[in-house]
Each structure stands twice: as structure tokens, then as C-alpha cells.
Ligand binder design. Sequence first.
Ligand code: GTR
Length: 342
Amino acid sequence: MKTLKKTVMILSCMAIAGGLLAGCGKKDTAQGTANGAKTEGKKYTFRLADTHPADYPTVIGDKKFAELVNERTNGRIKIDVFPASQLGEEKSVIEQVQLGAIEFTRVNSSPLAEFNKQFGVFSLPYIFDTDQHLWKFLQSDAGNKLLDTLETSKMKGLAYYSSGSRHFYSRKPLTSLADLKGQKIRVQQSKINMDLISALGANPTPMPYGEVFSSLQTGVIDAAENNFPSYDSSNHYEVAKHMILDNHQRAPEVLLISQSTWKKLSEEDQKIIKQAALDSVQTQREAWDKYEKQSEAKIRAAGVTITEVKDLKPWQDAVKPMIDKYRGEYKDVLDQIDSARK
Ligand code: GTR
């Protein structure tokens, strides 16, 4: 039923997209008013897709972004936020953004890497020591340049959002690296993530986010991995009750716009949109910090077995050959990530 609804929405949107040649956005022309230039120009209604529920920190960031754009254009540009995968799972949403059928999305950098290789660097394990290290890199010239590389993939990166760090959780006892051996572990649809799981001695199963809960519940997979907020909001903790905290990835979230939509906007509108995206980051990061703490407390109170990894060395040693395999491809950016550590 849900899938049928989604298909109908996607098809109708694509039909509209064909007719308007302006993505799915409705376009009109606003009257200029005494308020000045910002109210003049074309009127748009755009859509922004997010996989998370309405109260999740990324969606709070999306909404702040939409609100700022609306305010700064005096209502001329309206961005409707569609949470909870209403417009589809991340891979399909990215494809639609490339076509211009969905104008905006917030996605994680791991699935994005399948569309733009450069983003794969974030999927490499244990390359950031802390969140501070990650953000120092994201806010550097190198981090900003990476957002711009999306232009070669028919998108334009607007801003990064927080996503904390990821850990493994399983239906089976999980208190050491050895316990992961042979487990069937769901990963985001990304090649590097599959290599990561194999390097740790387990079996990777790529799968859309929305299928993970029932796959854990029925035993189609043994385990998955994510940050505390997703483990909580997806209810995965109810069916996979053993977690090990290894912080293997700090893959940030990315807010982006379809390149075809971007090109249709006036220079002034482009500036408003870019700035609103950057200005929404603070709201998202504050919401993230709050939600992350609440989720961890909730999960601990729910009786999940949580093991902290005391010595990361065996984990890092296990993935070293796979990192070395990718080192050539990501040499420059890995050097920039290293220098953000200082
Ligand atoms: C979450 C991320 C989502 C999605 C999900 C997944 O942490 O915010 O965008 O990528 O992970 O595992 O599919």
C-alpha cells in the first residue's frame, strides 16, 4: 500500500516535471512590491525529501532551511519538506534529484558515494578521531570543495549536517570483533561499506533503510549499523538488542539541490538558498546533540546490551588492507583529513 502510494506520487510528479520543465516545482511570477528586489522574480514551490521521521534532527534542519528561504524571499520560494521516505528511499530519491523530478534532498554521504565517487571518502572507517575532527574538515576549503564536486553528478551540495558516528548492533550477542564473524550485516547501498563489512569478517547485505526493521525482525539479516538516533527512531533496538560501540564511521549528512533546479534560479535566489542552507546548520547540529543524548539514554534504559570497544587497534588492523586499497583514489582528501586533525 505504502509502495503503491509512493509510486503514484513519483509518477505524478514526473508527469508534472515533464510538463513544466521546471522539475516538480510550481513556477509563477510574483509582483514586485515596495519591499524591494527580494519579492520580485519567479515564484516556486519545491519539494525536499528526507528519509527520517518529522522530529528527527535532519528534518528539523530541513525545516529550518525551508523557513529561512521562505522568509528571505517573502514567501516567493516555498519548500515543502517530505519526511519519512514519503518520496522514496535514498537511492531512488537521489536518482530523481538528478532528473530534477525532486528538487532538494537531505541524504547521507554513503549512498551519495555511488553517484559521486569523491563522497566515498566518508565511508572509509576510523578516519576521523572525533566529531570535532570531522567538523574541522567539513568547514575547511577542502570540505567545501567536496560539496561543489556534486556538480559533476547533476547535483549541487549546499551544506553538511551532523550524523554522529556509527556502531554495530545485532540480534546475536555482540561483545567483541570476533562476534561479528560470519554475521549477515545490512549496509547502506554503497560499495565501500560492503568492503568494510567483509574486512571485518562478516557478510554484507546492502538494503534500503526502510527494509531493515523487518529484515532484522524476521532474521533475513543478523545485524546492522548506525548512529544512536537512527537506531532509536527506526526501532531497530527493539529487534537487535546487542550493540558494540566502535565508532567505525562519521559519514555526514548532506543537504543538496538538483543541478537542473539550481541553474533555473536567478543568481540572487541561488545566494539566498546557499546562505539559508548554511544558516540552518546550527539549528540542525543543536537538535542533533540533544536527540543523540536522549536516544542513548532511551536505548540504555530499554535494556540493550552495550559494549564499549576499549582497544580499537584490532578493528583498525582488520580494515587496514581495505583502506590501503582505496588510499590511492582518496590520497589528497585523506591528507587534508589528516591535517584537520592538528
Ligand atoms: C542514517 C542516515 C540516513 C540513512 C540511514 C541508513 O544514519 O541519516 O540518511 O542513510 O542512516 O542507514 O540507510
